[in-house]
Design a binder for this molecule. Structure first.
Ligand code: C5P
Length: 250
């Protein structure tokens, strides 16, 4: 564990958040734990945490370069990210470009139907209530955020979708859908937090539509970590791979 990490603030299903000496900064540690099906399916997969930290770092850097504010400050070690401290909003903001997953289970969309404009969906991040889907009225009635904040979250999410879809397509991957989490910084600005990794996105090969994400685990198939590694190999530059000794990670 890094020197500056202090007290454990929060343990999630796949990450731990630590306080640091500086109240404005946290350290997020990406663990090897993986869960699916509302926590009903669990495992620990060696190196998954490192791959998710490297992928999230790369994608946050791509977003920052396009002017999108994120919690990310720097990667301290291959699985520890220094971040801005945020007051997290309990929303799972899901954006979908292609119909699959829970969307085709719950609604009469044909599998793989292209969704243009993309669908944005808000789920309540609440284990006790099993992350139910919300609408604007429920979000306002529960006092989760204001209408203005919600509108801003929609706009930022659409921009993130455009930036990441273009970037990933240039690397041979289709951004099928993904989940984002936002928080407020100390000045009340809405900032992208959490992670963007194959745990929280669906990524398909642009040609074969083979998937390189947590769906492999959800389906109980082998090769989860190999798929995450493939995403690292596709999206990091050679210099980035050298910096983090990716070739020595096994
Ligand atoms: O399961 P579903 O089709 O609703 O998931 C949509 C997208 O949101 C997927 O990329 C999935 O990985 C992500 N997601 C997530 N965390 C959740 C629910 C969905 O990262 N709790």
């Amino acid at each position: 564990m890094s020197q500056i990490a202090k007290e454990l603030l929060y343990t999630g299903k796949a990450k731990d958040v630590y306080k640091t000496d500086n109240d404005d900064e946290y350290i997020i540690k990406f663990r090897d734990d993986i869960t699916a099906l509302d926590g009903g399916k669990k495992d620990t997969l060696s190196k998954k945490g490192v791959y998710n930290a490297l992928i999230s770092t790369k994608l946050f850097e791509v977003l920052e370069a396009e002017g999108i504010k994120t919690q990310y400050i720097e990667l301290l070690s291959p699985d520890e990210m220094l971040t801005m401290s945020l007051d997290m909003i309990p929303l799972e903001v899901i954006c979908r470009n292609i119909a699959t997953g829970s969307l085709v289970k719950k609604y009469p969309f044909p599998e793989k139907k292209e969704l243009n404009p993309p669908i944005i969906q808000f789920d309540y991040k609440n284990d006790e209530y099993h992350d139910p889907m919300l609408n604007d009225s429920i979000i306002l009635a529960l006092d989760i955020v204001s209408q203005d904040a919600l509108d801003e979250i929609r706009q930022i999410t659409l921009k993130i979708n455009r930036v990441l879809s273009d970037f990933l397509k240039s690397k041979g991957l289709l951004l099928v859908d993904f989940k984002l989490e936002y928080g407020f910084d100390k000045d009340g600005n809405i900032i992208l937090g959490d992670e963007i990794s194959p745990d929280t996105t669906r990524l398909w090969d642009v040609d074969t539509l083979e998937n390189f994400d947590k769906d492999i685990f959800r389906k109980g198939e082998d090769g989860v970590v190999d798929a995450y590694r493939k995403v690292v190999d596709l999206i990091l530059t050679d210099d980035e791979k050298d910096k983090w000794n990716v070739k020595d990670i096994e």
